[in-house]
Design a binder for this molecule. Sequence first.
Ligand code: GLN
Length: 464
Amino acid sequence: MELTKAVLAHIVSTDDKIHSYVTVTQDTALKQAVDADKRIKDKSATALTGIPAAIKDNMCTSGTKTTCSSKMLENFVPPYNATVVEKLNDSGMVMVGKTNLDEFAMGSSTENSAFGVTSNPWDYDRVPGGSSGGSTTAVAADQALFALGSDTGGSIRQPAGFCSVVGLKPTYGRVSRYGLVAFGSSLDQIGPVTKDVTDAALVLNTIAGYDAKDSTSVNKPVPDYTKALTGDIKGLKIGIPKEYFVDAMQPEVRTAIEVAIKQLQELGAIVEWDVSLSLTDYALATYYLIAPAEASANLARYDGTKYGHRATDGDSMWDIMEKTREDGFGTEVKRRIMIGTYALSAGYYDAYYKKAQSLRRLIWKEFNQAFSKYDALVTPTSPTVPFKIGEKTNDPMQMYLSDICTLPINIAGIPGLSVPSGFVDGLPVGLQILGKSFDEETILRIGHAYQQATDWHTKKPALK
Ligand code: GLN
């Protein structure tokens, strides 16, 4: 209870500066804290009992608004919980609020929210990354002890890197997507945002596993991920794909990443530089066909007839639907729906969508080949440190490029972890560790060993 009250008070005193939250759920939190205290007393507590956590506002929470930071769902109150929320509730978590995101998780800066931008706690004039920006700022600024994010092309890892917290995108199918508002269904995955790797393992222990309600969740036993955190990475083979050190990369970020890789080497990992993943260049185009195509299908449901926003001033059914979508969706969402609809249309399907699917298969194959030689691959999470608010809003292509190191991972469905790995002029740099499908254990082990040897993850923003 004391912890919950302290976190709620801290949110009140800091959130006007960074705006992590769309909704603060004080009443729910206080009720859950009472239950948690009971469980602690009668010794039925889990590792997460009584721990204040934040949930990205695109995961359904029964009785609590789930807006996706869109006008379309501004007043949407789901009648059920996402499976991940249900599992966290069973573990005794205390939900303190729902966090801000780019509308429907489309973006890399949390500027595309209908409810205002979120600021980076390390520099209020800069973006926190996105789309799970509210989740990563909440954890970085101690407004929650952990959070959940969703990652379609980097939305957990890129903002984790920008805010100096840990972010894990699990393997596609590892965590149930039931109750996650769909963006790109074949790419979306829910994962933990935490202060360190041990916490990420603990949260993954709770949320992972098969769910009959999500036909894409995989029926594989869930290991105890904390057991993988041995501190020992001697002899592990790590490849460094050269294509991830792109031309547009900030030289200081490159240096920070190189220092981090050398640290892994000192810990006994066998590092091989200059590994080639030659299809990396195609990942951006592949992603920006598949994700919008799936989004255009998924977002067709928001037509004003079933739930969400509905325009009232139309003359006909079509008129009302059109107006509903016109004022319910923001610019980026409309752009994605148009790109996706175009790519799926009869005349262009073969030229665009089908080609993207073939490339997807090849990218997947290339990763598999690399993983026959290496236990893990290591890259920067993002080629730059957090950029200024407004800097890229008028240039979607520049915005899309900030996910260049994270997008290919969703295309292949493999797991990726971002850990804090230094600062450039006071701004965070993230190190990305990639693993084989369903081998979250190895990347957590590497991230944890790295944290044993460094203290980047213990640094906190001043919040002045
Ligand atoms: N920034 C990417 C996009 O805009 C990825 C978003 C995400 O992972 N949800 O699509």
